[in-house]
Design a protein around this ligand. Structure first.
Ligand SMILES: O=C(O)[C@H]1O[C@H](OP(=O)(O)OP(=O)(O)OC[C@H]2O[C@@H](n3ccc(=O)[nH]c3=O)[C@H](O)[C@@H]2O)[C@H](O)[C@@H](O)[C@H]1O
Length: 429
């Protein structure tokens, strides 16, 4: 039987009629033989590379499958336990972003009053994931499970809705941060737009659609100059991509409300701060730098005007979130079909008393008993707005929202937590 090489390059001398050309033929043949060897080697290498690549992809999917943090009977039981309701007419709430700052606080508050809570978080590395893991441990000690997974994972979301009939979704997962949007714009689209749509698709298809309360942002007011900011003010001039994705979220949720009957409440948070906060935010990163003796950069507006924020303490925001859940009406649709008009609301959750950034730094200096090395620079064109100031009368009227913690008091609580959490380490880790 001819070898493969022979089949490809027949070497039967009889095929060459001219005997005189025998030596030339041999050279030719040698040349062909070496070309064919090279060709075969090339084929062999291509085959080897192809099998290596398919093996790699098999291993990757295998690893993903085996290291998957969700699935299985034990996991389903954990989800059910976490969603267990322990009060009359209580809720079962899916909290997205549960390992985040606001998400962890809201989850604890709901659990403490007897609601069932299942958390979802992708534990991304936008800021130190060890802080998110620490929040997860805290929640776990209160029997709250945080499932590790991304909002865009429709299979996972579908599975959670198969296991639990959620009455509410508290959607707090997002790519946060105003200025980071210039560095990583796509992460905002991934979480704040694509992730939101994935979640809404699952919610609208549920047989009993949950009511949805979700985090919008004060940043949607953008270049608005009406003071204080009211929900009816213009929000069509965002100053950052972050703001634009939150504004898009308000439009997207409106669509799902209109077409599918989902009950929607959007909350415009105003620079929320406090214990277990976000290390990327100014009050937090300033604290770390001040303790480490490093300079801090304070932005200033045109003509050296100080920037100001309506800093809102976490406990007040949590009350606002819970008030929103408690007053949310049921969604009207089921299985992707609307059965009647559903509630659509938007509320400011601010503090109604803006404080300038240098004043905030002065408060930190007093609490930390350390002088900051301040470096003032003109506000770069990075998406920041000069000031925020919430009109909260709508939320007050609807569910009695009334913030009670001023910045001085709230920062004191934050500093106490910070020093206890990081100890002498001052957040160097
Ligand atoms: O309300 C919101 O919807 C948003 O609030 C928050 O954004 P901001 O109000 O911009 O908070 P934050 O970054 O703490 O900067 C505070 C002030 O410090 C100034 N600032 C900041 C950094 C710095 O190095 N120097 C400085 O002066 C800065 O110019 C600003 O004046 C959330 O991060 C955001 O996710 C979103 O939820």
């Amino acid at each position: 039987m001819p070898s493969l090489e022979e089949e490809l390059f027949p070497s039967t001398p009889g095929k060459f009629k001219d005997k005189g050309s025998l030596s030339m033929n041999r050279q030719f043949h040698r040349c062909f033989a070496s070309t064919s060897t090279m060709f075969l080697w090339a084929l062999f290498l291509i085959a080897l590379t192809a099998s290596y690549l398919s093996f790699q992809s098999f291993m990757d999917s295998g690893t993903r499958y085996f290291s998957s943090t969700w699935g299985g009977l034990h996991w389903e039981k954990q989800v059910r336990n976490s969603a267990q309701i322990h009060r009359k007419n209580g809720f079962s709430v899916l909290v997205t972003g549960a390992a985040g700052f606001v998400g962890s606080h809201v989850s604890l508050a709901l659990k403490k009053r007897g609601d069932g809570v299942v958390g979802l978080d992708n534990f991304n590395s936008y800021y130190d994931p060890s802080l998110k893991k620490a929040r997860k441990s805290l929640l776990s000690s209160h029997n709250i499970l945080i499932v590790e997974g991304d909002l865009n994972d429709a299979r996972l979301l579908g599975k959670l809705f198969d296991i639990v009939q959620f009455t509410h979704v508290m959607h707090l997962a997002a790519q946060a941060g105003v200025r980071y949007a210039m560095e990583n714009p796509h992460s905002y689209v991934h979480s704040n737009i694509a992730g939101l749509v994935t979640l809404l698709e699952i919610c609208k298809n549920a047989d009993r659609q949950p009511a949805i309360v979700w985090a919008s942002s004060s940043s949607v007011y953008g270049l608005n100059e009406e003071v204080p900011f009211s929900e009816s003010d213009r929000t069509d001039r965002p100053a950052s991509l972050y703001a634009a994705t939150k504004k898009a979220g308000e439009s997207i949720t409106h669509t799902y409300n209109h077409i599918y009957g989902l009950s929607i409440t959007g909350l415009r948070f105003f620079t929320v701060y406090g214990p277990w906060g976000r290390p990327d935010m100014a009050y937090f990163s300033f604290t770390k730098s001040i303790l480490q003796g490093k300079p801090i950069t304070i932005y200033r507006g045109k003509n050296r005007v100080d920037l100001a924020r309506d800093f809102t303490y976490i406990d007040d925001v949590v009350k606002g979130c819970i008030g929103s859940l408690d007053t949310a009406k049921k969604s009207t649709g089921s299985g992707g079909k609307k059965r009647g008009p559903a509630q659509y609301r938007i509320f400011n959750l601010g503090n109604t008393s803006p404080v300038t950034v240098p004043m905030m730094v002065g408060m930190l200096e007093r609490h930390l008993k350390v002088k900051a090395k301040k470096h003032f620079v003109e506000m770069p064109g990075n998406g920041d707005v000069p000031f925020t100031h919430a009109n909260i009368s709508l939320a007050r009227k609807e569910f009695g929202y009334k913030p009670t913690t001023d910045l001085q008091t709230g920062l004191k609580k934050f500093v106490k937590w910070y020093l206890a959490y990081y100890g002498d380490n001052h957040g160097k880790l």
